[in-house]
Design a protein around this ligand. Structure first.
Ligand SMILES: O=CC(=O)O
Length: 319
């Protein structure tokens, strides 16, 4: 439709791209064909915008929301939304979505890769060969077999379920802990992580970080897991009491750990650098070109659904 001065009206819905300077949105070009984008809380559009797209871990606080009085939707680009004040969004009637299933297979692959690496000592063996020790020292210490291990999954959401599927195929048994027992799931359920740890060789942590799950892997749980235990964390650093974990690893009170996330990223406890039984990774389990492509679809689908009053594709759910 043409306006009086013959300019074409722009009917694309308005979306605020909320990002820290270091986190730019990779799919801006795709979004721009469907939505009118702006990226400053100080813009005049802030008072009327109804949807915010939150890039990576950019905080969405009560203060952010105060500056956006018409906001009704926060679209997150990550699986975990601990950087979003979910209680405040709920109180104000603002819906929140996350990356849905876009990252799940990638994160599950990575969790399995970390576990295999810890058990079979792949990275450590690589260091052994590169450092020229093979001709001098001969045989390398044996690793452990993955098949037959009892896997405890902490958080059986879409990531945890993909992890379970993969590890069953490796011949492992699976049990899980989550906020509630899932009626359709046949794996044994433990209502608390301590009991899951007692009955597991490996704990794979992939739940959301909330007040309830902060340090869910603590000294008691590590003790319950025991000397032969392995911790894999692909959730958030603060799900594990990192100081305790370091102590357990240094003192040989557990076998090893595979860690993609840390409490104070990108800084990690220095003691970990010296440990050969730990595999360290810079918070990239979710990231592949394929997962970005899947994420684009999820974000656009959520925004389109919202602006046409249809059900959201991936409303955030806590496992
Ligand atoms: O860690 C990454 C995510 O939560 O998507």
């Amino acid at each position: 439709m043409a306006t009086e001065d013959n300019e074409v009206e722009d009917h694309r819905p308005l979306v605020l791209i909320h990002h820290l300077p270091s986190f730019k949105l990779p799919l801006q070009d795709r979004l721009i064909t469907h939505f009118r984008l702006f990226d400053s809380l100080a813009s005049p559009e802030a008072s009327s915008v109804r949807a915010l797209m939150c890039v990576g871990p950019t905080p969405v606080t009560a203060d952010t929301l105060d500056r956006l009085p018409s906001l009704r939707l926060v679209v997150g680009s990550s699986a975990g939304l601990d950087h979003v004040d979910l209680a405040e969004c709920h109180r104000r009637g603002i819906a929140v979505t996350n990356s849905g299933d876009a990252y799940s297979e990638n994160v599950a692959d990575y969790a399995v890769a970390l576990l295999l690496d810890v058990l079979r000592r792949v990275s450590a063996a690589d260091r052994f060969v590169r450092s020229g020790l093979w001709p001098q020292m001969g045989e390398y210490p044996l690793g452990r077999k993955l098949g037959g291990k009892r896997i405890g999954i902490v958080g059986l959401g879409s990531i945890g379920s993909e992890v379970a599927k993969r590890l069953v195929a490796f011949g492992c048994t699976v049990a899980y802990n989550s906020r509630n027992k899932k009626p359709s799931v046949l794996y044994p359920y433990y209502a608390n992580v301590h009991d899951l740890a007692v009955n597991s060789d490996v704990l794979i942590v992939c739940c959301a970080l909330t007040n309830e799950t902060y340090h869910i892997i603590n000294k008691d749980v590590l003790t319950a897991l025991g000397k032969e235990g392995v911790i894999i964390n692909v959730g958030r650093g603060a799900l594990v009491d990192e100081k305790e974990l370091v102590q357990f690893l240094v003192q040989g009170e557990i076998v090893g750990a595979g860690l993609d996330v840390f409490e104070n990223e990108p800084n990690i406890p220095k003691e970990l650098f010296a440990l050969d039984n730990v595999v360290l990774s810079p918070h990239l389990a979710v990231l592949t070109p394929e997962s970005f492509e899947a994420l684009n679809e999820v974000i656009i689908a959520n925004l389109k659904a919202f602006f046409s009053n249809k059900p959201l594709l991936s409303p955030f759910q806590q496992e």
